[in-house]
Design a protein around this ligand. Sequence first.
Ligand code: ZN
Length: 290
Amino acid sequence: MRQDYGGTLGVCTIVAKMLSMPLGPFQFCFWAFLIAMISLAGNPAVARQSNVQVVYAAPRNPAHEPLYRTLREKRVLERVRSRIDGLRLPRVLTMTVAGCDGEVDASYETSNATVTICYEYLAYIQELGRSIPPAGVAEGLTPANYIVGPFLEVVLHELAHAIFDLKKVPILGREEDAADQVAAYTLLRLGKDEVRRVIASIAVMYASEVKEAPTELKDFANEHSLPAQRFYNLLCMAYGSDRQTFGDFVEKGYLPAERAELCEEEYRQVKFAFERLVAPHLKGAKAPNR
Ligand SMILES: [Zn+2]
């Protein structure tokens, strides 16, 4: 079974547009910042036996060559692995970046326990960073630091699917929402210096996807929540976790007051479920910063 990320775009015209754009030095700026961010939580583990393997698949699309080279040279997947290497897993988990034949997505495949982040998805979030809306600029987002949040979010979302599967974690509600909640809860434990910007960049991504909102009834049958719902769910989790840091989300009108009333309780529910059902499986993995 394959759990995907629910990139609302699928195979779409945006991909064709962005693949024709040169990435140039811009992308190095992106990845340098991303690596610095991942490294904030610690340096890659010293090489040893691991139950997580990383694979950089050679891209079929020549436009993805620069991404492939940069990710491999900068050892981005190894750095992610260093954060989860203490997980006690019943089988080897593979994390890979690979071409997905034009599909802007990421997925977890249960049959071979593999998390795949598509080059197309990485190119897509790089491209979003080129045009940050004013609200994002006001949050301190730049083309260089924008990519960090969406990248960490998609990786954590897919790893959540992997942990649900490999550790047989019971799930109430929709698995896709649960994976979003695990990713958000984990990110909200980043240090105060990073957490606001990371949450803002993911919110900006969802907001941009709202423009691709479904228009047909069958689109609402998707197993993922709609981008607008994922936007508000994320903001609600953030607000519920820390009103001091995220209180202005309501004042600025990003999060409706009617929803905000429930957010502390929503966050508490996720925290309770995470601590009870997921955290026991994370023993050995390095603790978040906060
Ligand atoms: Zn998913």
